[in-house]
Design a protein around this ligand. Structure first.
Ligand code: GLN
Length: 547
């Protein structure tokens, strides 16, 4: 069987949940025995989102190979339990860069370089390439943006061409739209969906399925109306009604037989009955009344919670396995002066200081770390959060008042956090960090070892600065232990505070490897520490399920 391709386009609005729809459908296909992979085509001109502000684009997600990717890649990995590579993320910037560098090399000598066929050709090459290199039975491709965007046109043209190049049964098109609700007349309106499908058809793409997102229940007549105007069978108009939990969406789509409709369209038969028991168990658990644990997340971008999407999800996953319902208290580090810290954090069962860049809000993060240290509150510092944890310790425990990071002061006398030697020659900002999966050795008997139940791990990174090795002995002598380091021993990866129930900092981002079916050991450790403080059982009852 040749590789099959399912394309996801969007209409009416962005942010209607196209990425979650693709990820959910990926899960349903995988649960029927197919090998799936996913790709995001992003029309923006940035090479990757690495230099985009989280305010613009939410979190920057990191893959094993160090690719900096859109947060939708996180949904794909979590929903489908995949480890994706660079080939899963394509931006206009990458496509143009490739075509232009070929032009400079002289590859097109004599030719005029045009959007069609050169840019579209490069887009198609990347889609086909993922099909060939991934060994997937089915490749799901999400086209970012909405139909009608100028910058998205080459992508839509490319997938239209693929539709004609491939055997009829090898591609399917799913269009995601939005149904606005008019309160005055209490009705959902289908007109924008009709218009966006018309727009899609005007460029030669006929959708096989329409997923209209709605905040309200969608009745059969609305579906019929969309089906009639948009030329799809009514069963293939599947409303995506806003769910309480993202993880419910695969089951909602399963109830509407989405996977079966698409498989029939692709001429495939399920390899076995859908295996969704684990997923159903998860949803049941998530809906149960569980003891609430309040986790204060002290960060710079808390107004835009998508900036910490993977951390939020990792907490949810771990909560599932520690029988805790996690309530996140979003604490703005820039608005956390010293005099309100005690009061502001008094209700926190645990504190997380996540990754970040720049100086704004650093003091607030430092106060939070101090609070956790002094009050024995379980604490996880991620990347910048770990650096802050070390700085607070140096300043307030070791008495090194001027300890700082080279990121905040390039002429620091005590650069406890310093620029990594291998980064010193870099002049550019894009793609110049220590990125991706690196091996880490854990110290025997450490808290980290107790969490991971192994001494050799590999985690995803995204940083430019590191804890300065010159201060290692001093830190350790005062009780902040290095319990994780690179196999060569030259890079400090984990710090743990001696005598504290759970105060851990990691130079890497554990949140990127957390899955609903396989919560991350350090997040589980954090929540277990909460249970321990409450005198509740901490043992991992049902650790992981087949996915
Ligand atoms: N700004 C810090 C560094 O570059 C931390 C990065 C992060 O938290 N992802 O090292």
């Amino acid at each position: 069987m040749g590789t099959k391709f399912i394309f996801f386009t969007g209409g009416v609005l962005s942010s209607v949940g196209k990425g979650v729809a693709a990820a959910s459908i990926g899960r349903l296909l995988k649960s029927r025995g197919f090998k799936v992979t996913i790709q995001k085509l992003d029309p923006y001109l940035n090479i990757d989102p690495g230099t985009l502000s989280p305010y613009q684009h939410g979190e920057v997600y990191v893959l094993d190979d160090g690719s900096e990717a859109d947060l939708d890649l996180g949904h794909y990995e979590r929903f489908c339990d995949l480890r994706l590579k660079k080939t899963s993320t394509v931006s206009s910037g990458q496509v143009y860069e490739e075509v232009l560098s070929r032009e400079r090399r002289g590859d097109y000598l004599g030719g005029t370089i045009q959007v069609i066929p050169h840019i579209t050709g490069e887009i198609k090459r990347r889609v086909y390439l993922l099909g060939e290199t991934s060994g997937a039975d089915i490749v799901l491709i999400e086209v970012g943006g909405t139909v009608g965007d100028i910058e998205g046109q080459p992508f839509l043209e490319a997938i239209r061409e693929m539709r004609n190049e491939l055997p009829r049964k090898d591609s399917a098109f799913v269009h995601c739209t939005w149904l606005p609700y008019l309160r005055a007349t209490a009705e959902l309106k289908t007109k924008p969906t009709q218009h966006s499908v018309r727009e899609l058809r005007s460029i030669g793409i006929m959708p096989d399925m329409i997923l209209p997102r709605s905040d309200h229940p969608v009745d059969y007549e609305i579906r019929q109306k969309i089906a009639r105007f948009c030329d799809v069978p009514v069963e293939a108009v599947v409303p995506m009604v806003t769910a309480d939990m993202l993880y419910e969406i695969p089951l909602d789509l399963e109830d509407s037989h989405v996977a079966d409709i698409l498989l029939a369209r692709l001429g495939l038969e399920a390899r076995h009955e859908p295996k969704l028991d684990g997923w159903r168990w998860m949803i049941n658990e998530l809906k149960k009344d569980r003891p609430v644990a309040k986790v204060a997340l002290v960060g710079k971008y808390v107004e835009l919670q998508d900036a910490y999407l993977s951390v939020r999800e990792a907490l949810k996953h771990a909560g599932l396995f520690c029988d805790l319902d996690i309530e996140i208290d979003w604490v703005s580090s820039a608005d956390l002066p010293e005099d309100i810290v005690d009061e502001r954090l008094a209700g926190a069962d645990a504190i997380i200081v996540p990754g970040g860049f720049g100086t704004r809000g650093i003091d607030g993060k430092m106060f939070a770390a101090r609070y956790a240290r002094e009050h024995q509150v379980p604490f996880l510092g991620i990347c910048l959060g770990m650096q802050v944890m070390a700085l607070e310790f140096a300043r307030n425990v070791m008495g090194m008042k001027d300890a700082t990071s080279a990121e905040f002061d390039s002429k620091a006398i005590n650069p406890l956090v310093d620029y990594m030697p291998e980064m010193k020659s870099q002049e550019r900002l894009g793609g110049t960090m220590r990125l991706g999966l690196f091996d880490i050795d854990l110290a025997e008997g450490s808290l980290a070892e107790q969490c991971y139940l192994t001494r050799h791990i590999a985690e995803r990174h995204r940083h430019r600065y590191e804890i300065n090795d010159a201060y290692r002995e001093q830190l350790e002598a005062h009780g902040l232990k290095v319990t994780g380091q690179s196999p060569e021993g030259d890079l400090i990866e984990i710090l743990e505070l001696e005598g504290h129930p759970y105060m851990i900092g990691t130079q890497f981002h554990p949140e990127f490897l957390s899955r609903p079916n396989r919560p991350h050991p350090l997040f589980v450790g954090l929540l277990q520490a909460i249970n321990e403080r409450r005198g509740l059982p901490t043992e991992k009852l049902k650790f992981g399920f087949e996915n």
